[in-house]
Design a protein around this ligand. Structure first.
Ligand code: BG6
Ligand code: MG
Length: 214
């Protein structure tokens, strides 16, 4: 039986992926090329360094470790300007309602993210009271598909991973959750997320009771 829910952040709770894309696109323009819109899906769940590698590869750009650090910093600075403008209108459809529902039912909730900005954005949106535990890439060095962030979240909740339901929007995230031993639901287009137990178009379509009573 599921006793807790562990949410991924980007693309599950908050609609940040278009903002990640716009800011990576800005970096690509600075480097002299146009970023392909399909890149957004390759970046889902990937760490900042991995996402930068995807961008540089697409532009055929060679960069030294120092340059890479500079580019990642530049992108994150632009991303931070965008965070300042973020409001609860940026929440994914159904996210707030689901958090409310879980709170009413006293189901423990955690957040497990590959982003270093996830906790900061949750606090910026004043949503932290919904979470018993929030772990992001500042806390856990190994990012998805490594299971570390899910294992640490379950441990923090005091539950075995098998009792936790992960909600993910990326193949990398689903792999991390499953490798940790969690059950996993995918949110988004089905063809990408086949490894999940069930896939829903959006959180609005998810009937959480179904999982809580099994
Ligand atoms: C993941 C996103 O959650 O976090 C990726 O899906 C992003 O697209 C990664 O690159 C790192 O995010 P940040 O906020 O630390 O740059
Ligand atoms: Mg995600």
């Amino acid at each position: 039986m599921i006793k807790a829910v562990i949410f991924d952040f980007d693309g599950v709770l908050v609609d940040t992926m278009p903002i990640h894309f716009i800011t990576w696109k800005k970096l690509a323009s600075y480097l002299g090329f146009e970023l392909d819109p399909s890149t957004i899906d390759k970046m889902r769940g990937a760490s900042r360094d991995k996402s930068l590698a995807i961008v540089l590869e697409q532009g055929g750009v060679d960069a030294s470790p120092r340059q890479k650090q500079f580019y990642a910093h530049m992108k994150n600075t632009w991303y931070h300007y965008e965070i300042k403008e973020m409001t609860r209108r940026h929440l994914m459809p159904g996210a707030l309602e689901l958090l409310e529902q879980l709170k009413e039912k006293n189901i423990p909730v955690a957040m497990a993210s590959s982003s270093k900005n996830a906790v900061h954005i949750i606090e910026h949106l004043s949503l932290q009271h919904y979470f018993q535990c929030m772990l992001d890439a500042n806390d856990i060095q190994l990012t998805k598909p490594d299971p570390a962030v899910y294992l640490a979240s379950a441990k923090n909740l005091g539950l075995p991973p098998e009792s936790c339901l992960a909600i993910e929007d990326s193949p990398l995230g689903i792999k991390a959750a499953i490798n940790a031993g969690c059950q996993c639901i995918g949110i988004g287009p089905e063809d990408n997320l086949a490894a999940a137990t069930d896939v829903y178009e959006s959180l609005e379509k998810l009937e959480i009771e179904k999982y809580l009573v099994n």
